[in-house]
Design a protein around this ligand. Sequence first.
Ligand code: MLT
Ligand code: MN
Ligand code: ZN
Length: 308
Amino acid sequence: MKIIILGSAAGGGFPQWNCACRMCAAARAGTPGVLPRTQSSVAVSADGIHWFLLNASPDVGQQLAQTPALHPAGGVRHSPVAGVVLTNADVDHIAGLLSLRERHAFSLYATARVHQVLAANPIFAVLNPEVVARRPLVLEEEAELMLPGGEPAGLIVTAVAVPGKVALWLEDAARADFGSVAGDSIGLRIADPAGGSTFWYLPGCAAMPAGLAARLDGADLLLFDGTTWRDDEMLRGGTGAKTGRRMGHMSMAGEDGSIAVLAGVNVARRIFIHINNTNPVLLPRSAERVAAAAAGWEIAWDGMEIDL
Ligand code: MLT
Ligand code: MN
Ligand code: ZN
């Protein structure tokens, strides 16, 4: 199984267009080691020929352009993109769908809840359902990803409900938990039965129940929510009024942070993705980056390739 990190930043990207915090300024200035990052997306393939995008970033055009494996390679009209799998309806995960029009046939996988959100927004009809097949992800059911022609792609996906919330733009302030329901935010377990490898992709996870941590045990790779280092870093830095938890993300640091809570989980490789532009791990020599590395965590970068 092959994995390419297309976009390692959280919503807004790095640098974010309207942010002049010290981190975004360093990225904008081209400071050595401070790599710009596009918004949240991963590509996966069992055969290196047919690829599935895990989330469709607003930056998908740039991501496809800078990834040779995803360039057209067969005829006048072609793309190796065989499908898109969504983990939620956040803008950073669905806006790229609008750039994948042009009558390229692919399969679009999401929970019923996220499919409903797309169906309720007529602009997503630019992906004509006759060309782009909507396929369901049912929580806790293994689904074999299909190529547009109906052949199996060699990847088995399981959608798992994770602590989180409804997309920011769908929040209902009058309702408990902002109107979130099961299926609004999922994690993915992806297995390549032929190659015998498994990884987890959880770009948004608000907490780590013991049951979920136990399920991660034994995986070859964990791609995990790296939005914030500290829960209150946006408030402290003056870039925002929300905590990470309020946005549906657990932090890296602290007793209940992901580094500590996942320390005892046995995964061959652990990598933070969906990293917010306020997170100091983006600076290569920061104390936070050193601490994360010492705890065994890698920090994803755009173009990072992983063979499992
Ligand atoms: C998130 O991950 O919390 C969202 O991408 C926030 C947003 O939509 O801006
Ligand atoms: Mn996001
Ligand atoms: Zn910034």
